[in-house]
Design a protein around this ligand. Sequence first.
Ligand SMILES: C[S@@+](CC[C@H](N)C(=O)[O-])C[C@H]1O[C@@H](n2cnc3c(N)ncnc32)[C@H](O)[C@@H]1O
Length: 249
Amino acid sequence: MTIKDNQKVFFGKEKVSKSEKQKGVNEIFSKVTSNYDLMNDFMSFGAHRLWKNIFVKEAKIVKNSTILDLAGGTGDITKIIQKEYYNCKVYLSDQNSSMVNFARDRAMNEGFINNTFFDTSSAEKLPFKNSFFNHVFISFGFRNFSDKDKALSEIIRVLKKGGTLHILEFAKVQNKTFSKIYDFYSYELIPRIGNLVSRDKESYEYLVNSIRTHESQEETCEMLKSNGFSSAEYKNLFNGIVAIHRATK
Ligand SMILES: C[S@@+](CC[C@H](N)C(=O)[O-])C[C@H]1O[C@@H](n2cnc3c(N)ncnc32)[C@H](O)[C@@H]1O
């Protein structure tokens, strides 16, 4: 174990060890799996669908690519890719087995199982060989990682040279007035919606706090570059409620 392994990281608004964060995050996603898709629609008024479509479209996926949908959850990104680009192989990987099982059933029911592969492992220790993927996508997973540097070094390892990493994540809102309205909505209303829809206020308090303690757009770019990506850039959507980062190996 190195000194870095002992560093504390944010889990919501608390600082905990990396292993505690991994366990805590896993417990949350096991609890929310069955309501996860419904809650995303409620909380974002359906906007997450638009963000995810823009995210995939703007990635400029190369034909016949091998793609990793990392922290793939219930499979939204895998589904968009498979419906748009039939000639890609997509590996959905997530550390939470409930989410992976849910995604597999969904892929079968919704017709995107062909050329889709499922894997349960953590981003910090990927089971794929070096230089295997053309593109890696992470949608709303990055801020939950217990060791972002370790995950990024794994992503660099499994990407081909010239391959790209695409991250869609909550970010820092740019406009001060809008930021106040957004704060009210997220601190006051999201946990209540969570309680109403899924009788689970705590998981949605975690969600709100994890957004606030996650790195800014600029800090994420720095992190990508310091972990070996040759370039990193971002684009805000909805005034920075979310941002898309793109980095090249
Ligand atoms: C908010 S969900 C996003 C799911 C999906 N990508 C989407 O956009 O709807 C976050 C996912 O990240 C997964 N996750 C969290 N930490 C992880 C890690 N260290 N390695 C792999 N998956 C992780 C969770 O299990 C969960 O399924």
